[in-house]
Design a protein around this ligand. Structure first.
Ligand code: PEP
Ligand code: MG
Length: 537
């Protein structure tokens, strides 16, 4: 038994077997094949290996577990043999002279995109199987031992060098107990995703491939990973997990009560979500609405920008599912650490200060207008709040609203029904906080993004693992900017919410409530502890 220290990015503990996750992107090096016949032979060899692995898994799983669990491997074999997959990869190698890895990745990714956009939930769920099969082939091609994740049927702790936001969002698995990475920062989107998904996680751990298959404990409180814990420790931690669970259940008693202080001040409590799947967790934790839906996470893993119809259907469905019909959809906030293949963003020296969010949308209005039209159409089905991220000036707000008006006109010309969304902005740059009075004249609400506001006010790259000790959410400059924003909003009679991670920081709740904040929007898991704190003030 030994302990490795790191940094925890969520508060829950976890116990389970470690599984090592290798990045696909490290495996795909070249697109063009030097020798097509050699690539084809490599691919056929990998294909046969995968078929054998799947057959073996099918046999062992049906004896050790049940035929239901085993069927999944049979289905993967069928998928691999399907004309749209295995044979399509051969065609890409022969006809387009692609390397085996590139052909597998592009065929798999294309198929994944088709499935992930399907309306039928059963077919949509097959997207994850396509990903699994693609990974299996890529690992077979790499000559390394096969991916530890593909055939695991028991819960596990994932270990990786690093996880990007797009990889993290795909990890939504019932079997994922937690994750441990070497890289990372507590303020990155990966960390935020882990908290939103309620996944225990440690970063800055000096990981070791040999831990694959070993039992480990994530001790979030002591910020360490315990490898091969002894019996006594395992029992202690199981008791801890159990008591955390009980504490969470006890908090459910206040779920349907308002978040109101003892002197009668009410704060609306909303949930932040990254995918529509998280709405039910938000509702279970008593969210009074969705205060931030990071729409860009829907589009991170796809090669083509989803069309208007697909976006419209997603937005329409989230409006229908949102607790108490309240939902704030943030328009595309891509760039910096959230890269999308279809945008093909150039590498930048300072991505956080670079071409991102509203800047991309205003520079590429055709792309932005697809989303705006989809949002306007969805707004016909209920009250919809939309907000623009990374605003620094009134000019940007006016331009975004102009584009919205253009879209409204285009839809009206085609007699397509649309609604009137409530329009707000994120206050997440010092420029916006300082100019909040003028901005408030142009919008219906503010939402303060303390993650970026801290990054830009304190000049601290939120993704830089070296800097977290300098980060201070209580920094007087930050608190002052938040206070100024709240005052400006109220001078103009518009509501203001905090949707950055500070909203869930219980050491700041009293400060925010005394400022007169109207709402806080936090990860679903953070809602009930926050409500309890507010009710005790
Ligand atoms: C923020 O910046 O505080 C915020 C809520 O947005 P994101 O974390 O997605 O940048
Ligand atoms: Mg932000």
């Amino acid at each position: 038994m030994y302990t490795v220290t790191g940094q925890s990015i969520s508060s829950e503990p976890a116990i389970g077997t470690i599984r090592f996750y290798r990045h696909i992107k490290n495996i795909i090096k070249d697109a063009v094949a030097a020798d097509t016949q050699a690539e084809l032979a490599r691919y056929r060899h990998a294909y046969r290996m995968c078929m054998e692995q799947l057959e073996h898994l099918y046999q062992t799983t049906s004896t050790q577990l049940s035929s239901t669990e085993a069927d999944i491997f049979e289905m993967h074999r069928m998928l691999l043999a399907d004309n749209r997959f295995g044979p399509a990869v051969e065609n890409a190698i022969i006809q387009q002279s692609k390397t085996a890895e590139y052909a597998v990745y592009s065929v798999g990714q294309n198929l994944w995109e088709q499935f992930v956009g399907m309306e039928d939930p059963y077919l949509r769920a097959r997207a994850a199987d396509i990903q699994d099969v693609m990974n299996r082939l890529l690992f077979a091609l790499s000559g390394k031992k096969e991916s530890a994740l593909d055939h695991i049927t028991e819960p596990f702790i994932l270990m990786a060098e690093d996880l990007s936001p797009s990889e993290t969002v795909q990890l939504h698995s019932d079997r994922l107990l937690g994750f441990v990475t070497r890289q990372g920062s507590p303020f990155s989107h990966t960390a935020i995703l882990a908290r939103t998904m309620g996944i225990p996680a440690l970063i800055n751990i000096d990981i070791n491939e040999d831990w694959d298959g070993h039992l480990a404990i994530i001790d979030s409180e002591k910020q360490c990973l315990i490898i091969d814990p002894d019996e006594t420790l395992i029992r202690d931690y199981q008791a801890k997990v159990y008591s955390e669970q009980k504490k969470r259940e006890a908090l459910l008693a206040i779920r349907d009560y308002p978040a109101v202080t003892r002197d009668g001040r009410e704060v609306k409590l909303y949930a932040n979500i990254n995918t529509p799947l998280e709405i039910s967790a938000a509702a279970d934790c008593g969210a009074e609405g969705i205060g931030l839906f990071r729409s860009e996470f829907l589009y991170l893993n796809v090669h083509e920008y989803p069309d208007e119809e697909m976006q419209y259907q997603i937005y329409r469905d989230v409006i229908a599912a949102a607790p108490r019909g309240h939902i704030v959809i943030r328009t595309l906030d891509l760039g910096a650490d959230k890269k999308s293949p279809y945008l093909a963003l150039e590498p930048e020296d300072n991505p956080a200060l670079g071409y991102r969010a509203i800047r991309i949308c205003l520079r590429q209005p055709d792309l932005f207008k697809v989303q705006l039209r989809a949002l306007l159409r969805a707004a016909a089905h209920g009250t919809l709040h939309i907000m623009f991220p990374m605003i620094i000036s009134v000019t940007e707000v006016l331009r975004a609203k102009e584009l919205l008006a253009e879209c409204r006109q285009e839809l009206a010309d085609k007699k397509i029904p649309c609604g009137e969304p409530v329009v707000g902005i994120m206050i997440e740059t010092p420029a916006a906080a300082l100019d909040a009075d003028r901005l408030a004249e142009e919008v219906d609400f503010f939402s303060i993004g303390t993650n970026d506001l801290a990054q830009y006010t304190l000049a601290l790259d939120r993704n830089n693992a070296q800097l977290h000790t300098f980060y201070d959410p209580h920094h007087p400059a930050l608190i002052r900017l938040i206070g100024m924003t709240v005052e400006a909003a109220h001078r103009h009679h518009i509501p203001v919410c905090i949707c950055g991670e500070s909203g869930a920081d219980l050491t700041l709740t009293k400060t925010f409530v005394s400022m007169g904040i109207d709402a806080l929007s936090v990860a679903p898991n953070a809602l009930l502890p926050l409500k309890k704190t507010i009710r005790s003030l």
